[in-house]
Design a protein. Structure first.
Length: 228
């Protein structure tokens, strides 16, 4: 057989082998993909059902039994996806941090001064929280966004805090924010003020009040304290 013909024959044989291997492996991949999609779909259904119940009857009054009964699944099935009722809300917490990050990035891309950036940032965040009080009360009570109680939140929180530090650092560079205190401390003070106000509002610790007004006061208090 001529060298060229031999090469074509070997290539043809190899192609047939590859085709047979793909045919044999394809059903397995399809089954695996279908199984993963079903798992992802059920996980999302658990989160959506739990959130709906938290909004309707409150976090503390919602039991895992309530969630599994609606979905017609067993408790062991639930626990394969989430180790506790609190853990369900960590998905909500991650989405919350993602939303905060988007607001922070938007402000970093603007030409406004530090005061305008912080006022606009925290007003936008307060509006979103205030629009869904029952859910955020559940988030607060469960500690779903607390990096101390939920260590897996440290990464998402770290991204958000890093962007807040960048806003404050730019304010120092422009002469709009005092340099007496390091950026790390200033960002912790601002974030601590906001988190405290939200927690108290969510559980009515200081009596009924509008979150937006209280957040505005917290931001103004911070801005006066950081004047150069």
């Amino acid at each position: 057989m001529a060298p060229a013909n031999a090469a074509r024959s070997r290539a043809s044989t190899q192609n047939r082998r590859n085709l047979r291997r793909r045919k044999k492996s394809a059903p397995g991949h399809q089954i695996l993909g279908l199984r993963e999609r079903k798992k992802a779909r059920l996980r999302q259904q658990i989160v959506e059902t739990a959130v709906r119940l938290f909004r309707k009857q409150g976090y503390e009054n919602t039991r895992i039994d309530d969630i599994v009964n609606i979905l017609e699944i067993s408790q062991p099935t639930f626990f394969r996806y989430f180790p506790s009722k609190d853990a369900v809300l960590r998905d909500v917490g991650k989405r919350g941090f993602a939303c905060i990050v988007e607001h922070l990035k938007s402000e970093l891309s603007s030409e406004a001064d530090t005061a305008a950036r912080l006022r606009r940032l925290y007003r936008a965040m307060a509006r979103e929280v205030e629009a869904d009080r029952a859910l955020w009360q559940a988030v607060v009570l469960s500690g779903a966004m607390d990096p101390v109680r939920s260590p897996e939140m440290r990464g998402p929180e770290g991204v958000a805090v890093g962007l807040l530090r960048e806003i404050i650092a730019q304010g120092q560079q422009r002469g709009e924010v005092t340099r007496v205190f390091p950026v790390l401390h200033l960002s912790e003070f601002m974030e601590g003020l906001y988190q405290t106000v939200v927690r108290q509002w969510a559980v009515d610790l200081t009596g009924p009040h509008k979150l937006g007004e209280r957040v505005d006061s917290a931001v103004e208090f911070f801005l006066r304290g950081v004047q150069p």
